[in-house]
Design a protein around this ligand. Structure first.
Ligand SMILES: Nc1ncnc2c1ncn2[C@@H]1O[C@H](COP(=O)(O)OP(=O)(O)OP(=O)(O)O)[C@@H](O)[C@H]1O
Length: 297
């Protein structure tokens, strides 16, 4: 669905991506993580052809994004972080914009709006920021495009709205889509992600299936120093009051028995990758056979 090879891109004279490569070969929900300014929004714009790469090869849905062919645009939908909606009702939006997407479903759009509690009688001008965001998300989900890009979709959503968002993205009608979500809200989304990408220093520092990651790493909270994993397995730790949150690799003795619930707390993983990048990547190298892929600095 996506093949990026040796991508170079920057703004003005400032290089941002210098030899970035990544692939999306299967449907799923991909979490795109990286520090502020690492280039997540830029990557989403490159993927839908809004920016021109300096060099390298980019194929999205078998096409070159920058050519913006009509059938390419019908297969991709983006919810940008900042967006403008015409001053219409949701019904008018469906009638005027839905036609661009061959698989758009007005019925599903209505269901999603109801789930997100968006007032369908109002025009967008009369809606709050969160309501507009929900309408944009509902529309994007209803387009049925094979590729869906969302930039910080849960920003501006209240706690209930974040749960509604998770439920909607996981509905079975999206199972064959690749959904790329750029986010800092690791905790909001970790339960629904199938893959994560971690962008750092213009590279895809880590690309992994969540299931593979849980087989290699564990995260947890220890009551004190004495409860921490062995020093050679410990990759990151931070104090939270009396307790210590940590990221560790599974020790050889428990290599076959990942954490009971198989979950990895992404917020901790994110901090570990940001603050102990080299240590984390070194620890993950033996796991590359499992499908994890790494870029060494
Ligand atoms: N239109 C632009 N002109 C010049 N520089 C830009 C432009 N857009 C982004 N940049 C720069 O490119 C870098 C990456 O920006 P981008 O918005 O892609 O990062 P991000 O990972 O999405 O950040 P955040 O997590 O803060 O949203 C930043 O240093 C930013 O200042």
């Amino acid at each position: 669905m996506i093949a990026i090879d040796d991508l170079h891109f920057g703004y003005g004279r400032n290089a941002l991506y210098q030899g970035f490569s990544a692939q999306v070969r299967q449907p799923g929900i991909y979490g795109l993580f990286g520090r502020n300014g690492s280039g997540k929004s830029t990557l989403l714009k490159l993927l839908c052809g809004l920016l021109t790469p300096w060099a390298g090869r980019m194929q999205v849905l078998g096409q070159v994004p920058r050519e913006r062919a009509a059938d390419f645009l019908a297969g991709i939908c983006i919810v940008p972080e900042e967006f403008h909606l015409p001053n219409l009702t949701t019904g008018q939006l469906a009638d005027t914009q839905g036609v661009f997407y061959p698989r758009f479903s007005k019925a599903l759009f209505g269901e999603y709006l109801a789930e997100l509690e968006v007032p369908t009688a109002s025009r967008f001008e009369a809606m709050s920021l969160g309501q507009k965001k929900k309408a944009a998300i509902a529309f994007a989900l209803a387009t049925g495009t094979p590729l869906l890009l969302m930039d910080e979709p849960t920003n501006g959503l209240d706690i209930v709205g974040r749960g509604q968002f998770r439920r909607l993205v996981q509905r079975p009608e999206h199972a064959e889509r690749a959904v790329l979500i750029s986010t800092h809200q690791a905790h909001d989304l970790e339960s629904i992600l199938s893959h994560i990408w971690f962008i750092d220093q213009g590279q895809l520092a880590l690309s992994a299936r969540m299931a593979d990651l849980a087989g290699v790493l564990r995260t947890g909270v220890a009551g004190g120093e004495q409860d921490l994993p062995a020093a050679q397995d410990l990759l990151y730790q931070e104090r939270i009051g009396q307790q210590i949150a940590y990221v560790a690799r599974h020790s050889p003795s428990e290599a076959q028995t990942p954490a009971a619930d198989g979950s990895v707390q992404l917020e901790l993983l994110y901090k570990a990758l940001s603050l102990n990048r080299d240590g984390m990547l070194a620890a993950l190298v033996p796991a590359q056979q499992t499908g994890l892929s790494l870029a060494q600095a």
